[in-house]
Design a protein. Structure first.
Lengths: 321, 79
């Protein structure tokens, strides 16, 4: 699959190919299936209903599989656009590139992800390739998949960088380094309650931080809240920045795996919530019918299948923090 | 049963406690929540990336989130 690189090292041509591939996936109906999978993986609110992708040890492997399939579709879209399919998912190193200003941080420029939203227009994103247009015949990036509990969803992309007064800044490199020093992947009770010193996963997901420097929500969760708008609800993959954030999260996990090769890479064999044990099939990657256009069945994948990065066909340009 | 309500940005946030179990309502809408410990923090799928120390704070955050697009919705309805 290739080498995933920092978004800021993409050439203008690669930036264009990445954007055009995303838009092709959206037009072809492929992109929205990923949003739906993410919404469905959150589970319902029943007292015993697990979250099949979050709040437990499966958080990292579930999203690793999610990105692998997404990257394959991105490459198919690149080929359908007439290129050679060699593009890879870029990552956003939010510990370095923290400015919300497109002039300082080209991630938010109109030829890549586009800027924050306009607070006077409901935080609507009004420029760039993902500014929603619902005009008949000119439709662009219309949001079709929403949280089923939201009875008045909007159909346009929203962002409010740092607009939550509790989360007006992004995680730092020190936050990541602190997490990388924790030598345990995860611990019982395998949920959001595990203290940071016993769970790299819970630190990286962002439910806990290591005091006194920690700021909650931490790491991954903090990025969602800092972006705001469409990144807040379960349908957060509606914003393509979701994938650049999770690519960076996956890179941090890869760095932890490299630094702690002697550690148990994925401890829970039983006793974790359904779908979170080492040999559990992950939903929806359990052989069910594939909802993507032209799809047949989805692969059967367990967390154990995703622990050796050398067998997964991709790598990162750097694992340094 | 005990009920504590506040008004916030035109909404009534109510925390109803029945036999030790707390429930959150925004006006008459029941907001399903999960609680991490005995008395918080609280989590809702409406804002799945953050927990809140109290149900009242969770209720305020959901009202704030929905207010993000309220102006736009109003504009569209009046066109």
């Amino acid at each position: 699959m290739g080498i995933r690189q920092n978004q800021k090292t993409l050439s203008p041509a690669m930036r264009s190919r990445f954007v055009n591939a995303l838009k092709r996936m959206k037009t072809d109906g492929v992109y929205d299936v990923y949003v739906r999978w993410h919404v469905e993986a959150m589970g319902d609110m029943g007292p015993n209903s697990p979250n099949f992708a979050h709040q437990g040890p499966v958080f990292l492997p579930w999203h690793r599989q999610f990105l692998i399939l997404f990257e394959e579709d991105l490459q198919k879209a690149d080929r359908a656009n007439g290129a050679d399919g060699s593009i890879t998912l870029p990552y956003w190193d939010w510990t370095v590139d923290q400015s919300p200003d497109p002039a300082e941080n080209p991630l938010w420029a109109d030829d890549l992800l586009g800027p924050t939203g306009d607070p006077n227009q409901g935080f609507r994103v009004t420029s760039g390739p993902f500014a929603t247009d619902t005009t008949q015949g000119h439709e662009n990036w219309v949001l079709h998949v929403h949280d089923p509990m939201d009875d008045q969803p909007v159909d346009f992309l929203q962002r409010g960088f740092g607009s939550d007064p509790q989360v007006d800044n992004l995680p730092t490199a020190d936050d990541v380094r602190n997490a990388l020093q924790v030598p345990v992947y995860d611990s019982s009770p395998w949920n959001t309650r595990v203290v940071g010193t016993k769970s790299f996963r819970n630190l990286l997901e962002g439910w806990v931080t290591i005091k006194p420097t920690g700021r909650e929500p931490g790491l991954h969760n903090r990025v969602h809240v800092w972006i705001g708008g469409s990144m807040l609800p379960m349908s957060s993959p509606n914003d393509p920045i979701f994938f650049l954030n999770h690519c960076n999260v996956d890179r941090i996990w890869a760095a932890w795996q490299t630094a702690h090769q002697q550690a148990d890479q994925y401890p829970p064999t039983q006793g974790a919530p359904e779908g979170h044990n080492r040999g559990d099939l992950m939903q929806p990657f359990d052989g069910r019918a594939d909802a993507r256009p032209g799809g047949t069945t989805l692969p059967k994948v367990t967390p154990a299948d995703l622990l050796d990065l050398t067998k997964l066909g991709y790598s990162y340009d750097t694992l340094a923090f | 049963m005990t009920k504590k309500s506040i008004s916030y940005k035109g909404k009534r946030i109510s925390v109803v406690e029945v036999q030790g179990a707390k429930q959150l309502f925004l006006d008459s809408e029941h907001i399903p929540v999960k609680v991490r410990g005995r008395s918080g923090p609280y989590w809702s799928r409406h804002l799945p990336y953050v927990e809140f120390p109290t149900l009242e704070q969770l209720g305020r955050a959901i009202v704030d989130y929905r207010a993000l697009d309220e102006k736009k919705k109003t504009e569209r309805k009046t066109r």
